[in-house]
Every structure is written in C-alpha cells, then in structure tokens.
Design a protein around this ligand. Structure first.
Ligand code: UDP
Ligand code: MG
Length: 319
C-alpha cells in the first residue's frame, strides 16, 4: 500500500534523491557538481529539506527558481535521513534513482558510473557503493565492524560491510521500497530485505565540502539498535535462552544445596552468594524486560500508523 499516490510526471532518466539537514553551505556546490557531470535534461534532483535550522530552504528555493529539474520537498520538522530518503522515493520519476548526500562526500561522478553499470547489465537492479577506506578513528571502525558481524549473525538480512545508502537502482526497487511503509526505517536493511541483484563497487568518501557530520556516537548506537530490532527477533529468543539457562542452573544448584544440607547439616553463612544470585537474576530480568520493551514500544508506535514524515510544502519541478 502506498501512503501517497505518486503523480504521473514527465519521465526523467535519473533522479538524485538528496536528504538535506543544515546543508546551506553545500547545496549550491552540490548542484554545480551535478551540472558538471550530467546534462540538465537527463536528470532531476529531489532535495528533501529535513527541517534544517539554517538557510538550506532559502538556498533550495533559489535553485528551484533557477533550474527546472529541481524539486524541493520541505518537511515540517526534522524527521531524520531515513524519512527524507523515503519522501524522495515518493517524488522521484527517474528510470534510475540514486540516493546521495548533499555534502559532496559522494561524488556525482560515481553515480554516472553506477548508471552505466545498470545500462550495461540488465540483470543488475542495484549498484551500491561501499567505502574502501574510512576516515574515522580506530574505535569507531571497530564498533562498525562488530555491528555488521553482529547484525549479519542475528538477522534475516545480510548487510555488506561498509556499504552505505549511496546506491543507484531501478524503478522496480523503488516500488518495492515504497511498499514498505514502516515507521522505523533502516535503509541498508530494507535494501537487503527487498532482494534484487546488487553489484557493489568500492569508493573513497571525500571530506565533507562544508559543515560537520550529523551523527554522534549516541545517534549511531540508536541507529544500530533500530537495525537489529527491525530485522531480527533474535534478542527475544536470546531472552528465552537466558531464562532457560538460568533456570537449569538454579535447579542444579538447588539440588546441590539440598544434598549438601542433608549430608552436612544447615549452613547459615552464605550472605554473599545470596546477594550475588539476587542481583544477577534481577539484572537478567531487567535486561529481558528492556528488550521486550524495545520491541513493544516499536510495535506501539508503528500501530498508530503515523506518517513517516509530514510535508510543509513541495516546490514542484517547473515544466
Ligand atoms: N541528513 C538528514 N537528516 C538528518 C541528518 C542528516 O537529511 O537528520 C542528511 C545530511 O544533510 C546529509 C546526509 O543525510 O546529506 C548524511 O549526513 P551526514 O553527512 O551528517 O552523515 P555522514 O556522511 O557523516 O555519515
Ligand atoms: Mg556526510
């Protein structure tokens, strides 16, 4: 079920979906770079202004006034990159679609290469770029490596290490993604879940053109948890497994205590052991309740069927 019925528009060859949050210093440079790579007639840019607090929207309005292949979706507030991507998918009309950041870390030249692959290989539906080298520190790299291993082991989807949302794909993939109106979106997982033949190409992310990253460590942790919870129920099974293990341990330990008491009489000391066992069990119970709560909360919010984003205004492409 589509949340919005897409309007029929003039069909373009390539749609660039660009989520923008506080990218006022980047959007002009981004568009200029696109003009260096593509002919104006062969592409459209769907800029999604994700509730920016700077002048991003003003800059986008200017771009829209000046160029006929620019469409701007202005959100009513910040809904996050995933929501912006989803909105972009609704408005894009290209034969090929590409998700790309506004900060020029991902060169539009690579998009050209991706579309060439799609043109040459009819069997390939998605070309995804993965980062050959990463700029971040060792600790961050370690966390990300382990996250990929963890999620691949736990979930029904397989995530390619270091692959980003930077992808170019066909309309069939767009349709499949639009048919997934889930509230908690984790694009890497969604792409993997919908399937399709995917080719991975390496790329080196450039330095940000201007501004700073919107990701903090805490945001990344939240995003990683969303990924695990959206694509796996394994943590719930883990809870059952922990419960079973502790119960078996308790029964065996109980038998040992009874046997010991019968053989050697009542042994009063044992305060430390009792405390350790109570704390240990209490800890496990809280952990399990927390895991349950995470799933319940997500089900609760999804159950309200709220839209993934709210649009304040759309600046349609000028024909
Ligand atoms: N972004 C967004 N909404 C947000 C955060 C980020 O639309 O709440 C956009 C941002 O403007 C950029 C892209 O998502 O175009 C990637 O963000 P960023 O460059 O901060 O991430 P990084 O490249 O550091 O992973
Ligand atoms: Mg970036």
């Amino acid at each position: 079920m589509l949340l919005f019925k897409r309007q029929e528009r003039h069909v373009t060859e390539l749609s660039l979906i660009v989520p923008c949050y506080n990218e006022a210093q980047n959007v002009d440079a981004f568009y200029d770079r696109c003009l260096q790579v593509f002919e104006p007639a062969e592409f459209e840019v769907i800029f999604v202004n994700d509730g920016s607090k700077d002048d991003t929207y003003k800059k986008l309005q200017h771009l829209h006034e000046e160029y006929s292949n620019v469409l701007v979706v202005n959100f009513s507030r910040n809904f996050g990159k995933e929501a912006a991507i989803y909105a972009g998918l609704h408005y894009a009309t290209g034969t090929y679609l590409s998700i790309i950041d506004a900060d020029l870390q991902q060169d539009p030249e690579i998009v050209k290469h991706m579309t060439e692959i799609l043109e040459k290989k009819p069997d390939v539906d998605v070309v995804a770029a993965y980062q050959k080298q990463r700029h971040e520190g060792k600790f961050m790299a370690w966390c990300k490596d382990h996250f990929y291993r963890f999620i691949n082991r736990l979930s029904e989807v397989d995530l390619r290490e270091n692959a980003s949302d930077f992808r170019t794909f066909r309309r069939n993939v767009q349709e499949a993604l639009l048919d997934m109106p889930e509230y908690f979106r984790f694009s890497k997982g969604l792409f993997s879940w919908v399937g399709f033949e995917t080719e991975y190409i390496p790329y080196v992310a450039a330095e940000r053109f201007a501004g700073t990253t919107k990701w903090s460590f805490a945001k990344l942790i939240k995003y990683a948890m969303e990924g695990v919870i959206s694509f796996s129920t394994m943590p719930l099974q883990l809870a059952t497994f922990c419960g079973a293990l502790v119960s078996v341990f308790a029964i065996v330990y109980g038998i040992i205590i009874i046997a010991h008491t019968l053989l050697t009489g009542i042994d009063v000391p044992g305060y430390a052991t009792t405390i350790v066992v109570v704390l240990f069990l209490g800890g496990i119970q809280l952990l399990v309740m927390g895991i349950l709560g995470e799933y319940l909360a997500k089900t609760y919010i999804q159950g309200k069927h709220r839209p993934v984003y709210v649009v304040k205004k759309v600046l349609e492409k000028k024909e």
